[in-house]
Each structure stands twice: as structure tokens, then as C-alpha cells.
Design a protein around this ligand. Sequence first.
Ligand code: COA
Length: 173
Amino acid sequence: MVAPLRWAQMTTQVVRAGQEDWAAVRDIRLRALSDAPEAFASRLSDERDRPESVWRDRLSSSDASTFLALDDGDAVGLVTAYRDPDEHTRAHLVSLWVSPDRRGHGVATALTEAVLRWAQLAEIRTVGLWVTETNDAARRLYERCGFADSGARQPLPSHPHLQEMAMHREITE
Ligand SMILES: CC(C)(COP(=O)(O)OP(=O)(O)OC[C@H]1O[C@@H](n2cnc3c(N)ncnc32)[C@H](O)[C@@H]1OP(=O)(O)O)[C@@H](O)C(=O)NCCC(=O)NCCS
């Protein structure tokens, strides 16, 4: 559990999701893909038809972590990080999304910080991610959280007319 963020009369908590949270994770992931399709490599149609077992498997892996931001129990934000299967001191941050009515209050920052703390505990040295080049809000957020442009570019798999850029952040002791 990560320290709660408080604003107005609402309290947002960042929690690590377990297998039992698979339906809430699926629901918010589908909302994210529907709200911001050009921010993600996966398509809504890829994720929508996956069976329960796939969601549970993702949440039970010891080499991955999914965090939910909860407002009074309702999921309003999501992020996942997983260890690179070939390079064990490297992890990837994916699927970051915050509900539009909760943006601008530090929820994504809190989710990203949760990933960075998880990475440190997991003895990860570098966290990498891909962000659509035109996604200024996400780029600014990542820069503020210490990520830098890695230089690599590739077409966004879900929308190949867009370019995504690689960013990375070193994890220090
Ligand atoms: C990108 C995204 C995740 C940012 O989420 P967010 O919760 O609004 O992010 P944060 O609040 O942590 O930071 C965003 C802004 O709020 C500001 N902010 C942070 N804490 C704040 C607070 N307590 N009060 C007011 N504003 C605050 C930040 O300064 C930042 O402003 P800036 O970007 O103009 O510099 C969100 O816009 C989103 O889900 N977009 C669609 C999906 C997406 O692009 N995902 C990234 C895929 S790579």
C-alpha cells in the first residue's frame, strides 16, 4: 500500500492489484483503451475478448505488478510494470491511465512512483517505457518523474501512422 493522496473530500489510494481484482483491472483497462486508443500499443479488440484466466495470470506473476488508484473504492487509475524476460534488471512501465475527471491532481504521478518503488525493491536498474510522441501530457509527466528520451522511435503498433518514443529512468539505491 502506498500513502494516500488527499484532495477536496476525496481520498485516493494506490494499491497493488491481486488476482482477486482481475475484473476491476479488466474494466479499467477497457475504459482506458476506449478513452485513449492512440496512447496504447494494444487495441480494445485485443483486450476485450481475453478470458478471465489471462487477467488472473497477469496479476499472479511475481515478475509484474499492477497498481490501481482507488477513490473511495472506485478504480480511477491504472499502471502495470513487468520485468523484462531477457534482461532481468530491466522493467517496462505500461498501461498508465487516469480517468479524465481525476486528471491534474497527481494520480498518475502517484502511480508512477509506485512503479518506481516496486522496481527498487525488485532490484531493477532501469525502467523503460514507450510514449506516443504527440502525447504531451504523458511526456511531461514522465519527465517530471525522472524519465529521459532514450532516442529510439518506432511506429505505434495500434496506430502505425503515429510514432512512439522510448524513455527510460535509472533506479538508484
Ligand atoms: C497522461 C495521464 C496519465 C496523466 O494523468 P494525471 O493524473 O492527470 O497526471 P498528474 O496529475 O500526475 O500530472 C498531470 C498534471 O497535473 C499537475 N498536478 C500534479 N499534481 C497536482 C495537484 N495536486 N493539483 C493540481 N495539479 C497537479 C501536474 O503539474 C501536471 O501538469 P502538467 O502536465 O501540465 O505539467 C492522463 O492524462 C491520461 O490518462 N491520459 C490518457 C492515457 C495516456 O496518455 N497514458 C500514457 C500512456 S504512455
